[in-house]
Design a protein around this ligand. Structure first.
Ligand SMILES: Cc1cc2nc3c(=O)[nH]c(=O)nc-3n(C[C@H](O)[C@H](O)[C@H](O)COP(=O)(O)OP(=O)(O)OC[C@H]3O[C@@H](n4cnc5c(N)ncnc54)[C@H](O)[C@@H]3O)c2cc1C
Length: 336
């Protein structure tokens, strides 16, 4: 069996990695010239099942709990297991209680512990929620790592318009085309996410910091080279046009509220990604005539792609099921 994965974002790359790991031959095609050209490239890379549970179904937590382990095995050295710190300005302190009531996996910490965890935030916040089990990674580095590992293991990539293989020559096709699937997939919608990168050597953070706010809850995720990803808006549209001035102002205000030294940071990149999502914001493996689609990763691509890849592998070649054949009656309904 040889499987064609369409789309080299986080869903496609993790699926390719998981199938290849199980001895299933895969090839990957992407319309772009590089891997990770879609929404995956703009993600915060937070592996935050407990924080996400605040506004998501329990399945996001249970499916996401093993994600950090999966990523650590797949791309050793790229996962930072330093937890997440959730803070709020004094006037919004009630947001912390509201957040805490909607999830678990945290401890309340006071000003001293905040300063021990993040010395640059010492004295700035009186209390916070600390989710010690959470992790983060740099999405671009993680995807580059998966790509390099797959190429090394002999997986063929067809990037750009040249050298596109015929789908008919594969036993199954798995569509992982992200927001590009919206038009042809009933129930799939786009949720626009804007972000920007700041660069400053004046501040250092060891973990994602989420600043709660009644209208604009935002976060800052540290990267290498004194960079910080600031994100992200959640706007109900599949418009992927340039970031708006309003969003830039909100991001910069947030960064400044976390630490005034961000006021002197350089804005080195701005970006927009469209998150594909179903009405319940849970991902699905959809049946297609020639295989499957992994769709609707919403704001949980890095958190839930490993679980979806595992489910896909089991459907294609489960221990208790016959291998997938497009002409067989082997079909399953959507999960979640
Ligand atoms: C600002 C922002 C922050 C986020 N932060 C987080 C986070 O912290 N943690 C988290 O887990 N998730 C996060 N997400 C969500 C995550 O980024 C998405 O869930 C994920 O990127 C979706 O991945 P995907 O592979 O389905 O789609 P994409 O990454 O969009 O990949 C789709 C790929 O398909 C290719 N393609 C399209 N059409 C075709 C075609 N016809 N043939 C071949 N290839 C095609 C595209 O070129 C692209 O490479 C964030 C998203 C955004 C926008």
């Amino acid at each position: 069996m040889t499987v064609l994965i369409k789309g080299a974002g986080v869903a496609g790359l993790t699926a390719a990695f998981e199938l290849n790991r199980r001895g299933i031959a895969v090839e990957v095609v992407d319309a772009a010239e590089i891997v990770g050209a879609g929404a995956s490239s703009y993600a915060g890379g937070m592996i935050a099942p407990y924080c996400e549970r605040e506004a998501a179904d329990e399945a996001v937590l249970t499916l996401g709990l093993s994600a950090a382990d999966w990523w650590e095995k797949a791309v050793p050295g790229e996962v930072f297991r330093n937890g997440t710190l959730v803070i709020a300005a004094g006037r919004d302190s009630g947001e912390l209680d509201r957040f805490a009531a909607r999830t678990r996996g945290y401890e309340w910490v006071g000003g001293n512990t905040i300063g021990e965890l993040e010395p640059d935030l010492a004295g700035r916040f009186d209390r916070a929620l600390f989710f010690s089990e959470e992790a983060h990674l740099d999405p671009r580095k993680a995807m580059a790592g998966l790509y390099a590992a797959l190429v090394e293991q002999g997986v063929r990539f067809h990037l750009g318009s040249a050298d596109v293989p015929s789908e008919a020559s594969f036993s199954a096709v798995v569509e992982c085309t992200g927001a590009a699937a919206i038009a042809a997939t009933p129930g799939l919608r786009g949720v626009r996410g804007e972000m920007l990168f700041l660069e400053t050597a004046e501040i250092s953070l060891s973990r994602p910091v989420r600043l709660l706010h009644p209208r604009h809850p935002l976060y800052i995720v540290p990267r290498d080279n004194h960079r910080f990803m600031v994100g992200a808006t959640m706007i109900e549209t599949d418009d992927d046009g340039p970031i708006t001035a309003r969003s830039v102002m909100e991001f910069l205000n947030t960064a400044y509220a976390v630490h005034p030294a961000f006021g002197e940071a350089r804005v080195v990149e701005m970006g927009v990604g469209v998150r594909p999502a179903f009405a319940d914001n849970l991902p699905r493996i959809l049946d297609r005539d020639d295989g499957f689609a992994i769709a609707g990763m919403y704001r949980h691509g890095f958190l839930l792609a490993p679980a979806m890849a595992r489910q896909l592998a089991e459907r294609l070649c489960g221990a208790d099921r016959p291998p997938f054949s497009p002409n067989s009656s082997f079909r399953h309904g959507a999960t979640q």
